[in-house]
Design a protein around this ligand. Structure first.
Ligand code: FHN
Length: 454
């Protein structure tokens, strides 16, 4: 009788939530975002089974010029979408795991290039929409250990990032999963998922894998991915459940806004722009643009549109001038090497950052606006002295800063330390550039010592 009463009381206490776990605080810790706001530049990598196909399948090349009578939703370069876009049967696509063997993959070489480019953080697709995991996942067998390669790529990369002092994070496709029979697929007409079905994937694969990634690798950030209105599946409840899982398992891990693109709420650490989207204005929260080197994210052997490094440098400075970051993507080749044009561009960025990175890393926006296009301002204080940096992307004859000349103590070309003359011009300050300054046509940065923060 006494035992029954004790059990009864215990049941009441439990149902009243007295023994329940303390609710997790979803809000971001402002200290955690500090490195991100200083570090500005990351390298993103899209690598997976799709890399084997390199943007073509059975003679059809994925591109905006595709025959839409055959492939109605396929006007894209995105090679990592090839399974959906070229209607590759699920089994055939998944069989690619049997030939995934990037024998020339070398984590040390990859991260050395990242470091030399001047990037401070690294993000890789731990799992993209195809559902394939690049680590030794105990949650799903659709992973790298079930390929001829049998090496945990993430573990090797994490070790290299630690060696080179690079922060690291993982892209995880939490909404789309084309392997799990209940994960979301892009086109409802292919396979409609009920909320109950999606919940099975959510509880059975998504949440356990995210937890596994955190517990195994202790990432600095998680990069979730949704777009548009993300359908009915990523509800505010599921978004918050995922945020709670991350917060409960990591004290440091940042969460990006694409966890729910249309409705990220207050609890993400930073906002994510659209692909290759560079905002014109400052944004009142930490943010990032992820962008491609070609059109595609994953390796695409027929996407010849390699953008010049100069464009990436401009993107980096432009974002920094508005308080934002830039994650520049590479799609490694199926043998595990970084494409040569990608390395060449990384090295060009590295050269620019070596000479001018002072104007980007740890720098913040300036409240002044200039009338010239393609000129970006940043500022920082070094040992108590304020500096403003004028980053000029395209050659100019002169520039007028709408600020009294008394604000500026001196001006030099950042790269060389060579002096540049400032001239009073009404209420502003005029700089006339020596013609040869823009000779090599890369962005030029001027460093002005100022009396105050601008
Ligand atoms: O569908 C993905 C795409 O493949 C790629 O991963 C990009 C990266 O920002 N995100 C999605 C599209 O916005």
């Amino acid at each position: 009788m006494r035992k029954t009463i004790v059990l009864y009381l215990l049941t009441i206490l439990l149902s009243a939530g007295i023994n329940a776990q303390k609710p997790v605080d979803l809000s971001p810790n402002p200290k955690n975002i500090e490195w991100f706001n200083k570090d500005r530049f990351g390298i993103f990598v899209h690598f997976g089974l799709y890399s084997i196909l390199g943007g073509s399948y059975e003679g059809t090349i994925l591109s905006p010029d595709i025959d839409t009578t055959k492939f109605p939703h396929s006007r894209t370069w995105y090679a990592e979408w090839i399974q959906m876009k070229l209607n590759i049967p699920r089994k055939d696509y998944q069989d690619l795991a049997k030939s995934f063997n990037p024998v020339n993959f070398n984590a040390d070489e990859w991260i050395r290039e990242v470091k030399n480019a001047g990037a401070k953080y690294f993000i890789i697709t731990a799992k993209h929409h195809d559902g394939f995991a690049l680590w030794n996942s105990k949650v799903s067998d659709f992973n790298i250990m079930h390929t001829p390669f049998k090496r945990d790529i993430l573990a090797e990369l994490v070790a290299a990032c630690k060696k080179y002092g690079i922060k690291y994070g993982f892209y995880y496709s939490h909404w789309q999963d084309w392997e799990d029979p209940n994960g979301a697929v892009p086109y409802d007409f292919i396979e409609k998922r009920s909320s109950e079905a999606f919940e099975k994937y959510w509880q059975g694969k998504c949440l356990p894998q995210v937890k596994e990634l955190i517990q195994k690798f202790d990432p600095d950030l998680l990069w979730f991915d949704t777009w548009g209105t993300e359908g009915q599946h990523i509800t505010p409840k599921r978004r918050d459940e995922l945020i709670a899982l991350v917060r409960a398992n990591s004290k440091k891990c940042l969460i990006n806004g694409r966890i729910a693109y249309a409705n990220p709420g207050e609890n993400v650490d930073f906002l994510e722009m659209g692909d290759n989207e560079f905002p014109k204005e400052k944004i009142g929260k930490a943010w990032e643009t992820s962008g491609t080197m070609q059109n595609s994210w994953g390796w695409h052997a027929y996407d010849f549109n390699w953008k010049p490094a100069k464009e990436f440098i401009a993107n980096l400075i432009g974002n920094a001038s508005k308080g934002g970051n830039y994650a520049l993507n590479i799609g490694p080749k199926p043998d595990g090497t970084l494409p040569v044009p990608a390395i060449a561009r990384l090295r060009e960025m590295g050269a620019w950052n070596f000479a001018n990175g002072e104007a980007v890393f740890g720098a913040s926006p300036v409240s002044l606006t200039l009338s010239e296009k393609d000129v970006y301002l940043t500022q920082k204080s070094i040992e108590g002295i304020n500096y403003v940096y004028i980053n000029i992307i395209k050659p100019l004859d002169k520039i007028t800063i709408p600020t009294d000349i008394a604000t500026f103590k001196d001006c030099v070309v950042l790269e060389t330390g060579m002096p540049v003359k400032l001239v009073a011009d009404g209420t502003g300050t005029l700089i006339v550039f020596p013609k040869s300054l823009f000779k090599d046509c890369s962005p030029v940065t001027l460093k002005l010592r100022t009396t105050d923060k601008l």
